[in-house]
Design a protein around this ligand. Structure first.
Ligand code: NHW
Ligand code: MG
Length: 389
């Protein structure tokens, strides 16, 4: 496989896999900021750069429309991610975000937004080192402009803008294999609404499974089972920060969140993120946490339904409640909120509940990558404490 662009970038290369003489850590050293290119990269002459102010409802709507029509589809082109506007604002306006990292491309003549890429800053721990990194997401080129090598220019431009903030590493995920993943994760899906998932072709009945057996198999109790299980509130932020910091310390790679980040990423936002915790009925200590985010997909070819309502497992901590029971309560909440499916990767300790809670393995991989940071060996997904949106 030839990667004309990626071969030129500071990432682990396929030819170096297994080469134990290469050290772990940054591949390139930072350059003085005065040596970072001051002008944007050149675009083909019909296009121009734009910085997308995601605080503006109008511009956020333009990004939303671009992604709704052109972002990630499944392999069979049956579904396309449909991140909501509120979700995009949440994802991109996180603590310490840089407006300049929300990069768009417009057609000069019409001003139509035709491409986008974004980054946000995060403190990432790799073993015992904490590095300021960028998390890159929402890379999208309009369907009519594909395969014209626009993506490499966009990646170089966001990289330049990140370098200008004196940040030299990044993390991202993709469904495509590039040089070279730090880990490869799998999606698992827990059916909540079997009839709809079968009707829209998301899942199908096996030979021995009738619709009524499927409905019975995936049935969940009407209410949660853990005493003290409740929605997270603002006053819980310091306790949750402590819980999460302690829990995430067991993984080789994980973000380090401070109070403001925990407030941003975990405090419930309607139709964006849900977080529940366990407050001990006796001591009133916060002992456990679970969370999921809302990411619907457009259903591309159904007469009956236009959107698949999906919840994605986010961060959790189980100290006194068994993780299996905590996640079962998360499924119950998701069902109450009318989600059709609950998705989870096999990262963190998810393998301990996936099969037992009747998740089925999805097809396709989610690859995790670092930019300008080499790991000696790929990690197991269970060594990863990072969930990207
Ligand atoms: S992954 C979601 C990516 N988006 C989609 O799949 C949406 C639908 N597809 C598209 O819009 C989450 C286009 O197909 C895109 C490619 C724009 C994907 N990551 O312009 P060309 C993220 O957002 C390479 C990285 O002709 P295109 C993470 C490809 O391998 N590279 O293709 C984003 C080839 O290079 P090669 C990708 O189809 C992380 C080159 O692009 C890629 O018109 C970005 C072809 O370009 C992908 N998902 O547009 C990296 N898909 O070397 C951040 C294709 O193989 C790095 N390519 O010849 C860090 C930067 C920050 C550093 C800071 C220090
Ligand atoms: Mg292109």
């Amino acid at each position: 496989m030839k990667h004309k662009f990626w071969e030129t970038q500071p990432v682990g290369q396929f030819k170096d896999l297994g080469n134990s003489s290469l050290p772990e850590g940054p591949i390139e050293l930072p350059t003085p900021l005065s040596e970072v290119k001051q002008e944007p990269y050149n675009l083909p002459s019909l296009y121009e750069w734009t910085t997308c102010d995601m605080g503006s409802d109008e511009i956020c709507n333009e990004v939303y429309i671009l992604l709704t029509n052109n972002y990630v589809e499944d392999d069979d082109n049956m579904f396309r991610f449909n991140y909501s506007k509120e979700f995009l604002q949440w994802a991109l306006r996180s603590p310490g975000h840089f407006g300049s990292w929300h990069v768009g491309v417009r057609v000069k003549a019409s001003k139509k937004l035709v491409a986008f890429i974004s980054g946000i800053p995060v403190n990432m721990r790799v073993r015992d080192q904490v590095l300021k990194m960028a998390e890159i997401n929402f890379l999208c080129v309009h369907k009519k402009l594909r395969s014209k090598r626009l993506a490499p220019v966009m990646i170089k431009e966001v990289t330049r803008r990140i370098h200008l903030e004196n940040i030299w590493q990044a993390a991202f995920t993709a469904g495509v294999l590039l040089p070279t993943p730090i880990t490869t994760a799998q999606y698992w899906h827990r059916t909540l609404n079997p009839k709809k998932l079968i009707d829209v072709g998301f899942s199908r009945l096996s030979e021995r499974m009738t619709m009524s057996r499927a409905i019975k198999l995936y049935k969940l109790p009407n209410s949660t089972t853990t005493p003290g299980f409740r929605k997270m509130e603002l006053r819980d932020v310091p306790a949750v920060t402590k819980l999460l910091k302690n829990y995430l310390s067991r993984f080789v790679v994980a973000p380090e969140f401070d109070d403001s980040e925990v407030e941003h990423w975990l405090l419930p936002r309607e139709n964006v993120v849900d977080s529940y915790l366990v407050e001990s009925p006796v001591t009133h200590e916060i002992t456990d946490l679970c969370s999921f985010y809302t990411l619907p997909s457009s259903i591309l070819h159904s007469q009956e339904y236009s959107t698949l309502k999906a919840a994605y497992s986010f961060y959790y901590v189980a100290t006194s409640t068994p993780l299996l029971q905590l996640m079962n309560d998360a499924l119950i909440i998701a069902k109450q909120k009318d989600f059709d499916v609950f998705n989870a990767l096999d990262v963190m300790e998810n393998e301990s509940f996936l099969k037992e809670l009747k998740f089925g393995q999805g097809d396709g991989q989610l690859y995790y990558y670092f930019y300008n940071y080499r790991l000696q060996n790929a990690l197991k997904p269970s060594e990863l404490g990072l969930v990207l949106l």
